[in-house]
Design a protein around this ligand. Sequence first.
Ligand SMILES: Nc1ncnc2c1ncn2[C@@H]1O[C@H](COP(=O)(O)OP(=O)(O)O)[C@@H](O)[C@H]1O
Ligand SMILES: O=C(CO)[C@@H](O)[C@@H](O)COP(=O)(O)O
Length: 550
Amino acid sequence: MYVVGVDFGTLSGRAVVVRVADGAELGSAVSVYDHAVVESRLPATGEQLPPDWALQMPGDWLAVLRDAVPAAVRASGIDPAEVIGIGTDFTACTVLPTTTDGTPLCELDAFRDRPHAYPKLWKHHSAQPHADRINALAAARGETWLARYGGKISSEWEFAKALQVLEEDPSVYAAMDRWVEAADWIVWQLCGSYLRNACTAGYKGIYQDGAYPSADYLAALNPGFASFVTDKLEHEIGQLGALAGGLTASAAEWTGLPEGIAVCVGNVDAHVTAPAAKATEPGQMLMVMGTSTCHVMNSDRLGEVPGMCGVVDGGIVPGLYGYEAGQSGVGDIFAWHVDNFVPASYVESATAAGISVHDHLTALAAAQEVGEHGVVALDWHGGNRSVLVDHELSGVLVGTTLATRAEDVYRALLEATAFGTRTIVEAFESNGVEVAELVVAGGLLRNAFLMQLYSDVCRRPLSVIDSEQGPALGSAIHAAVAAGAYPDVHAAAEAMGKVRRAVYVPDDQRATAYDALYAEYQLLHDHFGRGGNDVLHRLRDIRRTAKESA
Ligand SMILES: Nc1ncnc2c1ncn2[C@@H]1O[C@H](COP(=O)(O)OP(=O)(O)O)[C@@H](O)[C@H]1O
Ligand SMILES: O=C(CO)[C@@H](O)[C@@H](O)COP(=O)(O)O
């Protein structure tokens, strides 16, 4: 018996065929989204989008079901009739306005030319002013749910993005019947039923202890928002690993899988990976490191960690409190440097050596002693998701001289992201939520130097998932549970998950040298992020004013 897991990432979707008995991955395929991330112009009209927008096209997601799933099945060589279930995971909060039957508003002729009718990708960060109001009002009114989100709701999430739609394009807001997480939309396409998964409902949709923010609170934000929960959001919740329904005839045709097989409740790319990396026990912090990093961890205690993304009962596995924290930009920051600031000669050397520019810069950076480049960076190019929760912060680089080279900056950026992770781990521990083990999954595992750097900076061993398809394997594990092959996610993880323990161990000498750089990072972090000097916010304002008058 086999299951299929499908991971919908930022730029592509990947499908993997997995054997239920032992988690063996027999075949996989990737489908790259035609439109990638829509950040500058709306494809339908060519209209220029404002800064910090990031949209996606639902058709690109369906292409993954049509292309990657059958290709993965073909690559595996199995008989599709032996597939008993399909599970999916998505980036989050990636959210879209739909009609009651799930049709995306952007696919209706009346709304094709309206940017707000399109799915907003997780890294759509222009709802920060809305998030700021949500937070200030919740704090002023003493809303009890705020502490479950470390004291701040992110601009990436469902409420901030919906309030932005209401205030910037009220006709789109009025026309939308449902405000749907992409994680749930794709399941809706597969089985014809709409369920809100417990993970995104909790972390991204402010659903705590069976309730959403009150109508009173929403009315105080904007009277037109009072009935947002009842009119557009509220819906039946599905637990992770539960059955959402059977594969419909049309989805069976797209995917080539048997009609009626189990379709699992939706999930988030980071959280779904925990069982794939056998990181479902309390205190095992999984870091899914790719474009961004998500830190997810189960605990048996409910704690309040300032600046965490959230704590949700059953948010990672049913029966435990799931914690999430994260860094909005990680691989994205390295890519920014590679794409914009690397001289042609470096690209030529990399090409001649047959390696990527990332690998070339990494090799040059790895030849240095800790601190030799004399540079410290703040990893806020995509804003800060934890512990400052502010997407109007931006990157900082100090210490450059005329001798500073591309590899120096690259290494400083790698280090900055490691310091960002250490800040998160320390926030958990100093607030009584123990982090017993760090486990890594995600595309950045390919950079062994980066892994060693994280181990040294955090002074902890790193365990490593033993799969290149962590989220897709995690989705497959959930599918096996939904299909009834295992009693729960823990049991399925035990049989199908794959991890290598303590692959990287800290080097004491380097760790001590990094401590000195980390101390400087902390000074800059608090100076630029906690009000010492508000220059980063002022620069945002100046940029906004300049763009508006352009
Ligand atoms: N050798 C490398 N070292 C560091 N970062 C890399 C390297 N190669 C690619 N990246 C970064 O990895 C990120 C993609 O990670 P991946 O996990 O594959 O994607 P996603 O997060 O979208 O699932 C990109 O942001 C890219 O800049
Ligand atoms: O924020 C979350 C999960 O909560 C992620 O979906 C988001 O960071 C995107 O992840 P990737 O970097 O594309 O793996």
